[in-house]
Design a protein around this ligand. Sequence first.
Ligand code: PCA
Length: 215
Amino acid sequence: MKTILVTAFEPFGGDAINPSWEAIKPLQNSRIADAHIKVHQLPCIFDTSLTQLYTLIDDYQPELVISVGLAGGRQDITVERVAININDARIADNAGKQPIDTPVIAEGPAAYFSSLPIKAMVNALNIAGIPAAVSQTAGTFVCNHVMYGLLHYLAQKYPAARGGFIHVPYLPEQAVEHENMPSMSLESMTIALRTAIEVAWNNKSDIVVTGGATH
Ligand code: PCA
């Protein structure tokens, strides 16, 4: 059986829950064609998150790896196009670390593009009635760090495997605490992630969307 590894994050920045984790939990051990999904939570900590991710990749030898995180304030499910080789933390991570302008990987290239069919994923979500868009930045906090580290590790060690990153918005119960912030129901997020994973699994190359489904 082939493996799709999906990760999400623990809560951070004072929030009690992280919707990325709540939304992927129900997908544990579910199947897509001839593959099964393995979900794991990563700590919201620079470096430690990557050490754990690398161990999971070595253990599962997945053909597809998708990491998911929260982007509070965004209204859509956003499929990330690119990860950059920089850590520039606006707040401390869960271990109190706050790197400013350090590389994710010393001597690594400036950036890596997602190897997922990002437009096809966005398109499928929009067809399913779920707001989604391509995002041109995964930020400079732990999510970008994990996306960069993931793509670097795959490029070095498992070049046949594909990987990328998806951000989800706040849940409605979080929007109550964060004034004027958009939100999405947990049910929609889980459907969105399952759909996105399915499209990524079934499409090795992307579609061309005229007009650009981007932010
Ligand atoms: N979101 C943060 C890190 C963990 C998470 O879920 C980010 O966007 O960097």
